[in-house]
Design a protein around this ligand. Structure first.
Ligand SMILES: Cc1cc2nc3c(=O)[nH]c(=O)nc-3n(C[C@H](O)[C@H](O)[C@H](O)COP(=O)(O)O)c2cc1C
Length: 172
């Protein structure tokens, strides 16, 4: 059994990014335990003074979940031309722990535009030594036009999501 931890950069109820992560759960083959992390809102603001082996419990929980995962999926919107603060904050807590180092990772940026967040995430994840490539990164602009009110993802994006998942699974 392999474990995949998925994380959304949006905390919004009805989030398109959550919809994408739920769609991916439907595609998981047997033998994959896929869990969507729901603790992002509980992560305290990054404090280098508390960044040690005994950090605040929500941070330990996040580090544990990443450590126990064989791969990670991050799906995020862009806010104010950058990575959402809550997501970037969580990633900052993983710098010293090295939790993402060598970890196969798929990055999906699903936003109105998303280019700056996507580029920022690629830089940050590179610094964290996560393992990703062109096949496991996907920028989906105009996301709200690609998911209908019932949460159905259009065929083009569904196909791209199947491809990115296939690429991620092939690295396990
Ligand atoms: C405060 C705020 C700032 C935003 N800034 C951007 C932005 O800079 N670039 C962008 O592509 N979308 C921006 N958006 C739009 C989001 O991409 C859009 O709301 C997206 O659907 C959010 O993802 P979600 O549906 O998963 O919550 C912004 C939205 C909010 C609420």
């Amino acid at each position: 059994m392999k474990n995949i931890c998925a994380m959304s950069g949006s905390l919004r109820t009805g989030s398109s990014n959550h919809t994408i992560l739920r769609y991916l759960s439907e595609l998981m083959p047997a033998g994959i335990n896929y869990v969507i992390y729901d603790g992002l809102a509980n992560i305290p603001a990054f404090d280098p003074g508390l960044d040690n082996d005994d950090p605040p419990p929500p941070v330990s929980d996040l580090r544990d979940k990443i450590a126990k995962s064989d791969a990670i999926v991050i799906c995020t919107p862009e806010y104010a031309f950058g990575v959402p603060g809550a997501l970037k904050n969580a990633l900052d807590w993983t710098v010293s722990s090295g939790s993402l180092s060598g970890k196969p990772l798929a990055l999906i940026t699903a936003s109105t535009s998303g280019q700056y967040a996507h580029e920022g995430m690629i830089k940050t994840l590179g610094a964290l030594d996560a393992q990703f490539n062109d096949e496991t990164t996907l920028l989906i602009p105009f996301i709200r036009t690609k998911i209908d009110a019932e949460g159905n993802i259009n065929d083009e994006i569904a196909g791209k999501l199947r491809d990115i998942l296939k690429a991620l699974l092939s690295s396990l």
